[in-house]
Design a protein around this ligand. Structure first.
Ligand code: PHE
Length: 389
């Protein structure tokens, strides 16, 4: 086969179907049959954000399995099609286009990363197909239009949560350095929101340093941070970079705690960082240690199916899929307009990440938790509720 033919072939194949082997819900493409409702999911199943997509997909599939076992939605079974966008914005847009135009999904779940949701959301909005991001926290995502929703809190709240937490420690923290990913909408936005909240609460920023996803050498930034003499370092990034940054920070003699946001969530975080993150903490959407029977029941069922405990992304994926199915049962039809109206009307949804309503801006209003790394384990530390900052 000539090179040219080969590349045409690759183009035709488009984003690869994620061939998971989780059984339920199915993974294959193809037009929907009369007795099923097809839902799309676009996610990073491989690459530097791989555990984001894998955990979310697991959570979604567990929810769909339960819903289908209980009879489905209005007598129809839900089928999930997941495409791997590899954490790439172009792939994310192409995956959503394919889900809508080829697979004819009635709704789209995803993405995790705000930058990727910002690539997929305009495609959903343009085609009038509702999208629910389980976990993108940048405010701009749902501002794309009236078909775009989320089941997580947003970064102005998340930034406030971490600032409030460190200001209310027994020895309040005042001087904080920030190191953020300059090419990542989430990281840039959360850095700004944290700084706003911290200065409002009486703290100061000692220095702002930047990196780009995948960088290997952080010594220039970390040397500047060390020289600014902070009491803590805020790193609103994703787990793979954060792990490397932590290792290098300790080598350079930075001993103060590092902390961050939900982007730290991954079973890989402490594998990469070893003991470099001991005593460090981050804000999250839920804790698997929550004694609430509803949450423990979810943790047990997830562990039975997948052999590991669900992280925050698995919990948000589970809630997003269940909220979507709930809206389908209330919707006048599964047209984009009717389904979006039913999602928008969701009140007091009983999720594993809390009981929450969808507000006028299509966001979820709910508490956050602080998790702390103790003996290499991620442990529950505190809950912060969304009273007005
Ligand atoms: N909130 C992050 C973003 O918007 C994504 C994320 C959510 C990552 C939860 C991990 C856990 O990019």
């Amino acid at each position: 086969m000539s090179v040219r033919l080969l590349s045409v072939w690759c183009l035709l194949l488009g984003p690869l179907v994620w061939l998971g082997c989780n059984g339920s819900g199915g993974t294959s493409g193809g037009a929907p049959s009369a007795d099923e409702i097809v839902i799309g999911h676009y996610a990073a199943m491989s690459g530097a954000q791989a555990t984001f997509g894998q955990s979310t997909d697991n959570g979604i599939r567990l929810a769909l399995e339960e819903i289908n076992a209980a009879g489905g939605v209005n007598g129809k079974k839900l089928r999930l099609i997941t495409y791997d966008d590899k954490g790439d914005t172009k792939e994310a847009g192409a995956a959503v286009t394919r889900l809508i135009t080829r697979d004819k999904v009635v709704a789209v779940l995803g993405e995790v990363a705000s930058s990727l949701s910002l690539a997929g959301a305009p495609v959903c909005q343009e085609h009038g197909v509702p999208m629910i991001t389980p976990s993108s926290t940048n405010p701009q995502v749902t501002q794309v239009g009236d078909k775009i929703f989320r089941v997580c809190f947003i970064d102005p709240f998340q930034g406030y949560v971490t600032a409030k937490y460190i200001r209310e420690l027994p020895t309040p923290v005042s001087r904080v350095a920030i190191l953020y990913d300059q090419a990542n909408a989430y990281s840039v936005g959360l850095a700004q929101e944290f700084e706003k909240a911290l200065t409002r609460l009486g703290g100061t920023i000692t220095t702002r340093q930047t990196y780009s996803e995948g960088d290997q050498d952080f010594s220039a930034q970390l040397t500047a941070i060390r020289g600014s003499n902070p009491e803590m370092v805020f790193i609103p990034g994703y787990y793979s970079d954060v792990g490397n940054i932590a290792l290098q920070a300790r080598k350079l003699g930075i001993t103060v705690p590092l902390f961050g946001g939900d982007g730290w969530t991954s079973p890989r975080l402490t594998e990469i960082a070893g003991s470099a993150l001991e005593g460090c903490f981050f804000s999250e959407h839920y804790s698997q240690e929550d004694p609430n029977p509803k949450i423990q029941n979810f943790v047990r069922k997830y562990a039975e199916k997948y052999g590991s405990k669900p992280d925050g992304l698995a919990a948000l994926g589970y809630d997003a899929a269940r909220l979507l199915a709930d809206a389908m049962t209330r919707a006048r039809s599964l047209s984009g307009d009717d389904l979006a109206a039913a999602i928008a009307a969701t009140r007091d949804f009983d999720g594993v990440t809390g009981t929450f309503s969808i507000d006028a801006d299509r966001n979820a209003v709910k508490p956050a938790v602080i998790l702390k790394i103790v003996n290499g384990q991620v442990r529950y530390e505190a809950t912060v509720t969304p009273e007005s900052p």
